[in-house]
Design a protein around this ligand. Structure first.
Ligand SMILES: Cc1cc2nc3c(=O)[nH]c(=O)nc-3n(C[C@H](O)[C@H](O)[C@H](O)COP(=O)(O)O)c2cc1C
Length: 194
């Protein structure tokens, strides 16, 4: 008989969904900053088995990250958040949406990315304390010919980098670190008043 082993103790899980790896890097960085602040944290892929092994009775805060592709976040992230909306809402939590639009020189694109980010938790029944957009990565070297061509056209339109001979990192790591510190502060504040 199959059993559910909810045995992964993690005070502040940083759940993520990724297609090309950047949201994993961001989640890992947040977990590392939290760890340095004395909080037990781990980055967990919502598409993996670990996500269902989390022992929610240990969770004091949580973050979820997903990236934008063709205007949508990963379905697997949506399913995960819908399934855990109550647990996520009951602790200090944050949603971070990773995209190219977040780095766009076109203000309308930035506003559009923010709107899509805000719609995601709402559609899943989750009320996070923070919703942020984070600029991602143009991974030209990882894309096939067609996607590389499409992404170069989009980047050109948005005033982004068009040199396809290398990848372009657009993530502002200081903002990522600040998000981690903010969640840590909210967790400590809650513990102090409890
Ligand atoms: C096929 C494809 C479609 C994309 N669509 C969008 C989009 O609609 N809006 C946007 O802002 N960024 C879009 N991006 C950029 C990604 O969101 C960005 O590269 C991000 O860093 C990907 O994160 P990940 O590596 O965690 O999947 C797209 C990238 C690819 C490869």
């Amino acid at each position: 008989m199959a059993t559910t082993n909810r045995s992964l103790p993690c005070e502040v899980p940083v759940f993520f969904a990724t297609s090309e790896g950047q949201t994993r890097r961001i989640a890992t960085r947040i977990a590392s900053v939290l760890h340095d602040l004395g909080i037990e944290s781990c980055a967990i892929d919502v598409a993996g088995r670990e996500a269902s092994d989390v022992d929610w009775t240990h969770v004091r805060g949580a973050l979820v990250g997903a990236s934008l592709h063709a205007g949508k976040h990963q379905k697997v992230a949506e399913r995960f958040v819908k399934a855990h909306a109550l647990e996520l809402t009951s602790v200090p939590s944050a949603f971070f949406s990773v995209s190219l639009s977040a780095a766009s020189k076109n203000a309308k694109e930035v506003v559009a990315a923010d709107k899509i980010a805000r719609a995601f938790p709402a559609a899943c029944g989750w009320i996070p304390a923070r919703i942020v957009t984070v600029a991602g990565r143009l991974a030209y070297r990882e894309y096939g010919f067609f996607i590389r061509w499409v992404m170069k056209r989009i980047a050109k339109k948005e005033g982004g980098p068009t040199d396809t001979s290398r990848d372009h990192e657009m993530t502002n790591w200081k903002e990522v670190d600040a998000l981690a510190r903010d969640i840590a502060r909210r967790i400590h504040t809650r513990a102090a008043v409890a």
